[in-house]
Design a protein around this ligand. Structure first.
Ligand SMILES: [Zn+2]
Length: 102
């Protein structure tokens, strides 16, 4: 049974639509992409989905930072930790404040 892919696609499309109309939770830039938080896809062994509390809107720069696509220097890692702390604070508020209609 391989219904997983079929189930994920509409949710991901919806997440992409909402993120495109949202501000980045880290730097406030408008026009984002959905990023897995708090469970990174790699850490969850590919189990992370796209339901409301599995992702946050991030612009491309912050998404790259969180997903370590900017490298792993000490300076980058420090920025990344700061960003993750902000997400921990802001993500629950964003999840509560967004019902998909705004
Ligand atoms: Zn950002």
């Amino acid at each position: 049974m391989n219904s997983r892919t079929r189930k994920l696609v509409p949710q991901h499309r919806e997440a992409t639509r909402i993120a495109a109309e949202s501000r980045c939770l880290i730097c406030d830039a408008y026009g984002c992409e959905p990023a897995h938080f708090p469970t990174h896809r790699g850490m969850a062994g590919g189990k992370a989905g796209w339901s409301r509390e599995e992702w946050v809107p991030l612009d491309r720069d912050c998404h790259d930072l969180i997903d370590r696509r900017l490298g792993v220097s000490a300076a980058i890692e420090e920025r990344r930790i700061m960003a993750l702390l902000m997400l921990e604070e802001r993500a629950p508020k964003w999840w509560r404040g967004t019902d998909g209609t705004t």
